[in-house]
Design a protein around this ligand. Structure first.
Ligand SMILES: C[S@@+](CC[C@H](N)C(=O)[O-])C[C@H]1O[C@@H](n2cnc3c(N)ncnc32)[C@H](O)[C@@H]1O
Length: 238
């Protein structure tokens, strides 16, 4: 991956610089509340897709003795350090998702078996994978294969469900059924709109996501973000 990519990179960092403190503030607050509620008991955290940590709260990250990060964006570690100076970080060189361009569940399974006491956060990256590798069936199979190993850890995800050019008048909140809300909004608007399905709805269809966040990524672009969290029961053996 170079400095420009469909899932992050220079354009994303530039947008963060421009919008993080204003347009992104309500979304960042929701992510912070979501992570506080998750509150994993582990002292180590693995973050997949941290980028520069633009949507991650420092106070949440500082709770961990070590935060391990994996992101192919070459700028991610410099920007992350600038945003979260006091977080104890370790960057992985290896990709934990793909091997030779193919989804490879054994990569993350092996890492988690070697690090039984780590919590895992998919930080707005599962919805990007379909942009890198368009086979959504392969994404689903990869995730299904991972779930039993993930469930032995605390793990959480916030991830793009849908995105669209909706403009700044799009509602700040969506309650209830996301697809229906989008359909109702598009019907009232009366103009055609292209909605990108990020392929994550089915990954979390059972149980459905409790609440979807609305992220005004720019003045035009809106992302609808789903969440999931699981807290490991430390009474059960490792
Ligand atoms: C929308 S950005 C994440 C935003 C970030 N969590 C934040 O707080 O600003 C998606 C990230 O996923 C990363 N990504 C893409 N493929 C990845 C992979 N195979 N492993 C880890 N991260 C990946 C991209 O480089 C990008 O930084």
């Amino acid at each position: 991956m170079g400095f420009f990519s469909t899932t992050g990179g220079l354009v994303y960092h530039w947008r963060a610089l421009r919008f993080r403190k204003n347009e992104w503030a309500p979304f960042r607050q929701k992510v912070s509340t979501f992570l506080d509620a998750w509150n994993p008991p582990e002292k180590e955290l693995l973050i997949l897709g941290p980028s520069g940590g633009h949507t991650l709260p420092s106070d949440f990250l500082e709770r961990f003795d070590q935060v391990t990060l994996s992101d192919p964006d070459p700028l991610a570690r410099i920007v992350f350090r600038r945003n979260h100076f006091d977080v104890k970080t370790k960057w992985l060189k290896e990709d934990l998702i793909f091997k030779d361009g193919i989804y490879a569940p054994t990569l993350l399974q092996t890492y988690l078996t070697q690090h039984p006491k780590t919590a895992v956060l998919f930080s707005n990256m599962l919805g990007q994978l379909g942009l890198v590798h368009s086979d959504l069936e392969a994404l689903k199979n990869w995730f299904e294969a991972l779930k039993p190993t993930l469930d032995q850890h605390s793990w959480a995800s916030y991830h793009d469900l849908f995105s669209l050019d909706a403009g700044s008048n799009f509602p700040r909140e969506i309650k209830g059924d996301v697809t229906k809300s989008l359909w109702d909004w598009a019907s009232k608007r009366g103009l055609p709109v292209e909605i990108v399905d990020h392929g994550t709805s089915e990954l979390f269809s059972n149980p459905p996501a409790p609440e979807a966040f609305v992220w005004h990524l720019s003045r035009r672009r809106v992302h609808i973000v789903g969440t999931f969290s699981h807290r490991r029961d430390f009474a059960s053996p490792v």
